[in-house]
Design a binder for this molecule. Structure first.
Ligand code: GDP
Ligand code: CA
Length: 312
């Protein structure tokens, strides 16, 4: 049994490698839902959809979100009514959000619906949202005039292109939320717990903020292995550098190790960062070196193998 903590694209790439080296039904994936938001009345779960579409073999190859071969007629048609269209939702992708929203309105839980959507895409690992309760990442930024403003995550990241400098991040609703059914059990039952190469602040951070999750990980620290999403002082994709720097974390595999040290016994870092092993180990985390840039499915599979072997 393997349990993985996952955000979106970095996790999706890693998981597509993992299912090539272990039986997919032995994998449970706990997915961040703090990027979820309502657009045009529909409940959008970006990280769940990225993981589902990638494991279903239907993801857009370069973009990191959405489906391959998408068209955008519906979202563009909404512009006629003056609706904001900066959050691009594809026509086929829209079916997922319609389905999810309708099922939620019928009273189904997000975890039930996530299982239904995964099954429809032929995804065999078990996907669970971190919580069935709403949790929303809020990012406080500084404006050029020195004032601060708190923004919903997608507004900062997509609409404002992650440009405004960040001073703090919070996960609204987390204190009152419960882990989704099966989350704690999957952490307790796993032989190995994998922290995917995902954004430490806004993908892994919200999962850790769900009451009970961090404690469950701390108890299993020796069985927890992470993969650094930071290679040579830079994220492969996305705004992890701007967020980590804003929160005072060193933008490096050492900063990731420091952020994870309490609950993660081993961290896989990139071969190009091998010279930083002693710094990682100085914060109490065992460092294992591998090629971590997942340029294709073969590299992702080799990385997954290395990651499992690191705690074998
Ligand atoms: P998002 O919601 O799509 O941003 O999802 P994630 O948090 O899972 O993914 C973003 C993180 O994945 C970034 O911090 C990237 O640096 C990391 N990432 C993406 N591709 C790779 C890769 O090939 N190797 C590693 N080590 N990290 C990656
Ligand atoms: Ca995300």
């Amino acid at each position: 049994m393997y349990t993985a903590l996952a955000g979106g694209v970095g996790a999706a790439r890693f998981l597509s490698g993992l299912v090539r080296v272990v039986p997919a039904p032995a994998v449970t994936v706990v997915v961040n839902t703090a990027d979820d938001d309502i657009f045009h009345g529909l409940h959008v779960s970006p990280d769940l959809d990225t993981i589902t579409y990638t494991l279903g073999g239907a993801e857009h190859p370069e973009q990191g979100w959405g489906l391959q071969g998408e068209t955008f007629a519906m979202i563009d048609a909404l512009a006629r009514y003056g609706r904001p269209t900066w959050f691009r939702l594809g026509d086929k992708d829209m079916a997922t959000h319609l389905y999810r929203s309708e099922r939620l309105a019928e009273g189904a839980t997000l975890s039930t619906i996530t299982g239904e959507i995964a099954e429809a895409w032929g995804v065999s690992p078990r996907l669970i949202p971190m919580s069935d309760d709403p949790i929303a990442t809020r990012i406080t930024v500084i404006r050029p005039d020195g004032t601060t403003e708190e923004l919903p995550m997608q507004q900062w990241f997509v609409r404002e292109r992650a440009e405004p400098p960040v001073t703090s991040v919070r996960f609204a609703g987390a204190e009152a939320a419960a882990p989704a059914p099966g989350v704690i059990e999957a952490l307790e039952a796993a032989d190995t717990i994998l922290v995917c190469p995902s954004n430490p602040v806004i993908s892994i951070g919200p999962i850790l903020a769900v009451p009970g999750v961090r404690d469950a990980l701390v108890r299993r620290r020796d069985r927890v292995v992470g993969v650094s999403p930071i290679i040579a002082g830079r994220p492969v994709k996305g705004p992890a550098d701007r967020l980590m720097a804003g929160l005072g974390l060193d933008v490096s595999c050492v900063g990731v190790a420091r952020a994870y040290a309490e609950f993660c016994g081993t961290l896989v870092i990139d071969a190009g960062d091998a010279h930083r092993c002693t710094e990682v180990e100085a914060v109490g985390v065992r460092a294992v070196v591998a090629d971590t840039l997942m340029t294709d499915a073969g590299v992702a599979a080799a990385l997954a193998r290395h990651t499992l072997d690191a705690v074998a």
